[in-house]
Design a protein around this ligand. Structure first.
Ligand code: ATP
Ligand code: SF4
Ligand code: MG
Length: 320
């Protein structure tokens, strides 16, 4: 059984009088020790999926089974117990680290929350040991985030995620605020930690080259839905869904943005509150036919390992 099994999750947010469907009927699983990535333009729902997996948001529909336990039906008390198996590393280390706290208290805080019985001395020993694992020493214990470089701050963020001995870490654009050389060292660190701790990652990124290097599987998201899923290298090298083709051809190794994706699709991204009777790409898709707009278009297998949400895809593959 996979470590994480997500089935049919849907999440709505109120925006004024309108409802925004941030995540729409999303399902996936991740085996222990593997990395799955989520890619897609800004606002496509990636972070919302991450927050649901972490138990920080409750989906309106669907469930999240982690290590055999259904997080979505747990009481807050039960959830608290499981939460220490799940950690997160955010995009902006400086914003996610409390500037008034020392490195020691930032990294040690999850122990105080999840294991208050641990003594101060043991807590400090564990902080020092995890600092060493992320390539820092006890010399930084009394420092504050503002005195450190971006790369060091993100090492602190990773140490904080690691100290509870999690099984799964959500990495929400963990390197996008860093410059290229620092980015590479942090990614290598995350890979090494994955191997040594048998960690499972849900990796959210705009950086396609990194996704290919870093993940086993990937899902392309658009307007809260999965458009295409499968082995990361196959999807990135040979996207099949019209949205994946537009997203991935707009970027080889740089961040995709809405303008460059829009050049390959007609029209702009619809308002997030739009309700679609059929495929959400209908108004922008270069190969749309009227049937695309009639009924929901679920993900269907297109090979043994890949799925896509497009009614024309079999025809497209066959015509090649
Ligand atoms: N707390 C919230 N309240 C209202 N709307 C929200 C909230 N969180 C997310 N949304 C909306 O849900 C949709 C998905 O947002 P989400 O942050 O998951 O996207 P994302 O793919 O992570 O984008 P980015 O790449 O910019 O981080 C967006 O339309 C966003 O405005
Ligand atoms: S279902 Fe239709 S509109 Fe949607 S991606 Fe496929 S061809 Fe385009
Ligand atoms: Mg996000």
């Amino acid at each position: 059984m996979a470590l994480l099994e997500v089935s049919g999750i849907t999440k709505d947010f109120r925006r004024g009088k309108k409802t925004v469907r941030a995540v729409d009927d999303v399902s996936f699983s991740i085996e222990q020790g593997q990395t799955m990535s989520l890619i897609g333009e800004s606002g496509s729902g990636k972070s919302t999926v991450g927050r649901i997996v972490l138990g920080l948001l409750k989906p309106e529909q669907g469930n999240v089974v982690f290590d055999g336990k259904d997080l979505t039906s747990m009481s807050p008390r039960e959830l608290r117990r499981v939460r220490s198996d799940l950690s997160v590393v955010f995009q902006e280390p400086y914003e996610s680290l409390n500037p008034r706290m020392t490195v020691e208290s930032i990294i040690g805080e999850p122990i105080s929350i999840f294991s208050p019985e641990v003594s101060r001395t043991e807590r400090r020993d564990r902080v020092v040991s995890v600092l060493e694992e992320v390539g820092l020493s006890s010399a930084v214990l009394k420092r504050h985030p503002a005195d450190m470089s971006g790369g060091q701050q993100q090492r602190i963020g990773i140490a904080r995620a690691l100290i509870v001995n999690p099984k799964l870490i959500v990495l929400d654009e963990p390197t996008s605020s860093l410059d290229l050389t620092v980015r590479a060292t942090i990614l290598n660190l995350l890979k090494d930690l994955q191997k040594s701790h048998n960690l499972t990652y849900l990796f959210i990124s705009h950086d396609i080259a990194t996704v290919r290097f870093f993940s086993n599987t990937t899902a392309v998201m658009y307007m809260g839905r999965f458009m295409e899923t499968g082995p990361a290298a196959q999807i990135i090298d040979e996207p099949q869904h019209p949205y994946s083709v537009a997203l991935l051809s707009s970027t080889l190794s740089v961040d995709p943005d809405e303008k460059s994706v829009s050049k390959r699709l007609s029209g702009d991204i619809p308002s997030p509150a739009t309700v679609f009777p059929g495929c959400p790409l209908y108004s922008r898709c270069p190969i749309a036919i009227p049937e695309c707009n009639e009924t929901p278009v679920p993900l269907r297998a297109i090979t043994d390992e890949r799925s896509a949400a497009c009614i024309r895809l079999e025809q497209k593959v066959a015509a090649r």
